[in-house]
Design a binder for this molecule. Structure first.
Ligand SMILES: *Cc1c(COP(=O)(O)O)cnc(C)c1O
Length: 424
């Protein structure tokens, strides 16, 4: 008997404990948004917080720094504390500031200390390119040569990494390892605890880029003993385009001098003494550089409320059910049409999105968009689909698969050009 997928989807939606959150987001009118791993949707809460901050600017001017509620002066620390439960950190171990890439820069400048034979940074060839550009420039700034000092772990299948290979590369020439929590293309989830333990046993400092895992996967950064981590807030966290990024520093390291210092990292009570000798706050806040963007800090503040109401454990549970349902349908309905799942199948090995691969991926994405379904494309052959726990339904997932089926069976993608756009 063939399965009635739509019927199954609706039954799953009926019993979904998070279904009440969907109406708090601004969803596309006649479409399906499956791209929350690139830019999460706006919520009523985020926009309300943003409008409140704009109003405070309108009515208070400079007074907003201390008189706004919450005050702007400590906004980065406050949303850091609200963020902490999502990543398993103490409230003072997280600050929201800068961008993913600028946070990597200040953290690498702090934790990459080449000495004697230990001069290399271990990363991987599947990492988001911005991270590799940043690491190369950090190596150059410390007098090294990226061709020699940036070690890139290779992937055997072009999709995933093996922890054993990564650990095998952590030898006495490696000073720092920087690895992803979830790989941005395949969605593979790495074992942060195991990698951290192995790194520390070998005298290697280790940090994680959690841009693709935060907001869909719970973390235990403190208990896992990561030295540092960073992530963006506009993907699964729905903070808004360019909202302040996350920065985690393990308490053990609060005494270290921030690599790229600035006055917003000064001990808060004395920041306005304007002393010319730098004294950084003994918290993640010490790693801030300059004045925070208050407006986007506010939208992030509003967006985080939804997570703290829903709970990251519940978010993860629904996210796995959604991606599991999607994987099952790709295997059963789309595999005969040339599609393949590029994401690890085991729940403990995958994050919040699924890489659906096809030789015609780009043109299929164009055809999906024409139907009002928003995916994203990563070259050469990956369609990334992120059914998001807080605002997508099982029915959204079923309808997306049904659309993919129609597009390929009817060769609808042939109507589109192979030329790619600047942002995909
Ligand atoms: C999205 C993403 C970034 C983006 O960096 P920005 O500085 O926010 O532009 C960096 N690294 C990874 C792994 C990402 O997924």
């Amino acid at each position: 008997m063939t399965r009635n997928w739509l019927h199954e989807a609706r039954a799953l939606d009926d019993t979904d404990r998070l279904k009440g959150f969907r109406c708090r987001f601004h969803l596309p009118k006649d479409g399906i948004y499956m791209d929350g791993n690139s830019l999460g949707l706006a919520s009523v809460d985020a926009l309300k917080a943003l409008e409140r901050a704009a109003e405070e600017w309108r009515t208070r001017g400079i007074g907003g720094w201390l008189e706004a509620a919450p005050d702007w002066f400590t906004y980065g620390e406050r949303i850091g504390a609200a963020m902490a439960p999502l990543v398993g950190a103490h409230p003072d171990e997280v600050v929201m500031t800068g961008s993913t890439t600028s946070n990597l820069h200040t953290l690498a400048a702090t934790f990459y200390a080449p000495e004697g034979e230990r001069r290399k940074i271990l990363a991987d060839e599947l990492n988001f390119p911005s991270d590799l550009y940043a690491l190369e420039s950090q190596i150059r700034m410390k007098g090294g040569d990226p061709a020699r000092d940036l070690l890139l772990a290779r992937s055997a299948d072009g999709r995933t990494l093996e922890e054993d290979d990564l650990i095998g590369m952590m030898d006495e020439t490696v000073a720092l390892a920087l690895l992803p929590g979830v790989l941005y293309r395949s969605g593979q989830l790495l074992d942060i605890r195991r990698l951290t333990r192995a790194a520390h046993e070998r005298g290697v400092m280790i940090g994680f880029d959690c841009a693709h895992s935060v907001g869909s996967v719970p973390h235990a950064l403190h208990d896992d003993d990561a030295d540092f981590a960073f992530w963006c807030s506009y993907k699964h966290l729905n903070g808004g385009p360019g909202a302040p990024a996350g920065l985690f520093v393990n308490r053990r390291h609060f005494g270290r001098t921030p690599g790229l210092a600035g006055w917003f990292g000064y001990v808060k009570e004395r920041q306005f003494d304007m002393s010319i000798s730098f004294e950084h706050a003994r918290s993640a806040g010490g790693w801030q550089m300059g004045t925070p963007c208050v407006l986007s800090a506010a939208s992030l503040d509003g967006a985080l409320k939804l997570f703290n109401e829903a709970g990251i454990v519940e978010v993860r549970e629904k996210s796995l059910a959604l991606t599991g349902f999607l994987i099952e349908m790709v295997d059963e309905r789309l595999f005969p049409l040339g599609f393949e799942v590029g994401t690890p199948r085991k729940p403990e090995r995958r994050g919040g999105h699924v890489a659906v691969e096809h030789a015609e991926a780009w043109r299929i994405c164009c055809a999906l968009k024409k139907k009002g379904i928003v995916p994203d494309f990563r070259p050469p052959r990956v369609i990334r689909l992120a059914p998001v726990a807080l605002y997508n339904t099982f029915e959204d997932v079923e309808r997306t698969v049904a659309a993919l089926e129609t597009i390929v069976k009817g060769r609808e993608y042939e109507a589109f050009s192979a030329e790619r756009e600047a942002v995909s």
